[in-house]
Design a protein around this ligand. Structure first.
Ligand SMILES: [Fe+2]
Length: 136
């Protein structure tokens, strides 16, 4: 079973973003599995792709917020930055041979993403739909 599974309760009704969220859930699950396998090369590679994918996703989301002049953009971006900082910190720790506790790391990623989607992302999605957001 996947560690972290996307379901309809996470849907923003914004196809592109929902697809990206699903992918992030998958990458976090894969990361969890490789951390547990203690295959260092594999989990470092996955962490790199998680960072790369998250950055791309945040950029797409931020472009959408800018396009619709979302009033709480600043707060939203701050949450993204905090996440990026934390993930980079995890990477640094791993790169320097620090103690790796799989459940601590993936627990953080999982908690952050579900809270962020259910809180801040749903808030901007509601706003976008009120502004007449159309599928792009
Ligand atoms: Fe977001």
């Amino acid at each position: 079973m996947a560690y972290f599974t996307w379901d309809e309760s996470y849907s923003l009704n914004i196809d592109k973003i929902d697809r990206q969220h699903k992918k992030l859930f998958e990458v976090i699950s894969d990361f969890y599995n490789t951390l547990r396998s203690h295959d260092e090369k594999a989990y470092i590679a996955l962490l790199d792709s998680l960072i790369e994918y998250a950055v791309q996703h945040f950029e797409d989301e931020e472009a959408l917020l800018a396009k619709y002049n979302y009033p709480d953009t600043k707060e939203h971006l701050e949450e993204h930055h905090k996440f990026q900082e934390k993930v980079l910190y995890i990477k640094e720790r791993i790169d320097h041979g620090g103690l790796v506790i799989p459940t601590e790391i993936t627990g953080y990623l999982k908690d952050w993403l579900s809270k962020h989607i259910n809180g801040s992302d749903k808030k901007y999605a509601k706003y976008l739909h009120e502004q007449g957001f159309e599928v792009e």
